[in-house]
Design a protein around this ligand. Structure first.
Ligand SMILES: NC(=O)c1ccc[n+]([C@@H]2O[C@H](COP(=O)([O-])OP(=O)(O)OC[C@H]3O[C@@H](n4cnc5c(N)ncnc54)[C@H](OP(=O)(O)O)[C@@H]3O)[C@@H](O)[C@H]2O)c1
Length: 330
């Protein structure tokens, strides 16, 4: 195997703060040490991949580098009896695609503790239509539905046409929740088809949102964007509601005071998919493979190969991508 070369999207630092990605053959021996050599069948494009591919030092510091924070594939070499050769696995999170070469290559080599067996009921392709975005949506749903039931009122989902947002809308609607989707886009086709009961614009949410607490409009919220939008979602969440927070595409700031927490008992729950413990990781994947797998999953992705990545990375960085982007490495 060691003499083999494989195809990967490799980002190089071409000048001071200048980075360029290229698809090329690279020797297998360039991969890091690890327990499992995995032949990647599918990966997906997440916002973090676009940051890595454009040299964001908060994500990737070592170049040349292959981004791709998630991958589904088959074990080709194993030093761990839990994952024999031929086992289909999912790898997301940890350092994959950050400073460890990731899923935008036909092979990855990783510690066995990063892998999850592909659960029954999910194909490798489906697992990467979900990908890290779906896993994060799953973690958010898991935390929200422990407290808020479908009959308690509407759930707001922000960044709703994005990866985490669209999958959260899909899962929650499938579970019988009434979802209001917040989007900056005017085309509501995707959100309607995912089962959103209403779609509202960012402007309408933020109108008259300055007071420290607002009329209770939601039983809970899944926020993917941060900033004023997250603050407004919290201020407009009703008694004992739950708001989850996973992203910062709008802003990392949270301009708010304590009133929603101390006058309404609202809980703000952080989502960190990267360091999610293995037992919860397996639970979330099992539910994504079963009762959270919604019928529209097959309709919300665009399938590309490595050569299309540059274009899609530009779109996701500008908030212009809709739904999920599946990367086929077969
Ligand atoms: N904490 C974790 O474990 C974790 C895991 C995965 C992702 N994340 C983070 O979660 C966020 C979403 O990830 P993703 O993969 O879903 O990204 P994505 O596919 O790019 O979706 C983000 C969506 O946010 C909306 N948006 C974009 N720019 C915005 C702005 N300036 N103001 C308000 N809304 C804006 C857009 O949706 P609309 O046009 O519909 O509004 C966009 O489609 C990112 O910050 C990502 O890093 C965190």
């Amino acid at each position: 195997m060691e003499n083999l070369s494989y195809k990967a999207y490799i980002v190089e630092e071409t000048g001071k703060k200048e980075f360029k990605g290229q698809v090329r053959q690279t020797p297998l021996e360039n991969l890091p040490q690890g327990d499992l050599l995995i032949r990647v069948h599918y990966s997906s494009l997440n916002y973090k991949d676009a940051l890595s591919a454009t040299g964001n030092p908060g994500v990737t510091r070592k170049f040349p580098h292959t981004p791709g924070i998630d991958a589904a594939g088959v074990v080709e070499e194993s030093r761990d009896p839990r994952f024999p050769k031929g086992e289909a696995v999912i790898v997301t999170s940890y350092d994959l695609g950050m400073n460890t070469w990731g899923g935008f290559g036909q092979y990855i080599r990783v510690p066995a503790d990063w892998a999850v067996k592909l659960p029954q009921g999910l194909t490798m392709k489906e697992s990467m239509i979900f990908g890290t975005a779906g896993f994060t949506a799953g973690m958010s749903v898991h935390k929200l539905i422990r407290t808020v039931g479908p009959d308690q009122g509407d759930i707001l989902v922000t960044g709703a046409t994005g990866g985490v947002g669209s999958l959260s809308v899909g899962i929650l609607s499938h579970l019988g929740y009434k979802v209001t989707a917040l989007s900056g886009k005017t085309d509501t086709t995707l959100l309607d088809s995912l089962g959103a009961r209403a779609v509202i614009s960012r402007e309408s949410l933020l109108e008259n949102s300055k007071p420290p607490i607002l009329k209770a409009s939601w039983a809970g919220a899944i926020d993917t964007v941060g900033g004023e939008i997250l603050a407004t979602a919290i201020k407009a969440t009703g008694q004992d509601g739950v708001v989850t927070c996973c992203g910062n595409v709008a802003s990392p700031d949270l301009p708010i005071n304590v009133f929603p927490f101390i006058l309404r008992g609202v809980s703000l729950l952080g989502i960190d998919s990267q360091h999610c413990p293995m037992n919860l990781r397996q639970t979330v994947w099992e539910r994504l493979a079963s009762d959270w797998k919604f019928p529209m999953l097959e309709k919300i992705y665009d399938e590309i190969d490595l050569n299309d990545l540059d274009n899609k990375i530009g779109l996701i960085l500008n908030g212009k991508l809709t739904g999920r982007t599946l990367v086929n490495l077969r």
